[in-house]
Design a protein around this ligand. Structure first.
Ligand SMILES: [Cu+2]
Length: 174
């Protein structure tokens, strides 16, 4: 009897969940069809706001659109439960932070060890605690090479905390 009752409850839950799911999908499609304004590049006096959300263990969005030479106000928001970082740089920069942070993983009790890499390969690094938001004004290089976003808190890069930067022309849709 108990089994029958449980399975009936299961059916009722499914019946409620499916219309809800369809509703959510329709809402997602509707949101897609709404015109998004094209990117107008930020300037030092009027920076374009760009949100990067860190999660356990990924970045949102997984691809960030930037216009070479524009000034952006980065809002890095940690929506995860553990500390994360946003390191912006090429693969040399990502490798440098990965090695530097791995070297001080699992430190003995005491003050948190300082991590650094040579200034020439430092890139841009923003560390955010869980629930914290850090804002940073940044001017994108005019002739950037390929840039990536990564988190090198030990183990996070391997868990997939990598995002791409796509360089776009002014006026392109984000
Ligand atoms: Cu992380």
């Amino acid at each position: 009897m108990r089994t029958v009752r449980n399975s009936l409850v299961g059916i009722r839950v499914a019946a409620v969940a499916i219309p809800l799911l369809v509703g959510l999908l329709l809402a997602a499609c509707a949101a897609d069809s709404v015109a998004t304004p094209p990117i107008s590049p930020g300037t030092p006096g009027n920076p374009r706001e760009v949100n990067i959300i860190t999660k356990d263990y990924s970045f949102l969005p997984p691809e960030v659109d930037l216009v070479p030479g524009e000034t952006v106000l980065l809002h890095v928001i940690n929506g995860g439960l553990v500390v994360h970082e946003v390191v912006i740089g090429d693969m040399t920069v990502q490798d440098a932070w990965e090695a530097a942070e791995a070297a001080v993983a699992n430190p003995p009790p005491g003050p948190t060890p300082l991590v650094s890499v040579p200034p020439a390969v430092a890139g841009l690094r923003i560390v955010v605690e869980s629930g914290q938001r850090v804002d940073l004004l940044w001017t994108v290089p005019v002739n950037p090479g390929p840039l990536l976003i990564g988190c090198h808190i030990p183990g996070h890069w391997a868990k997939g905390m990598q995002a791409a930067i796509r360089f776009v022309r002014p006026g392109m849709l984000p």
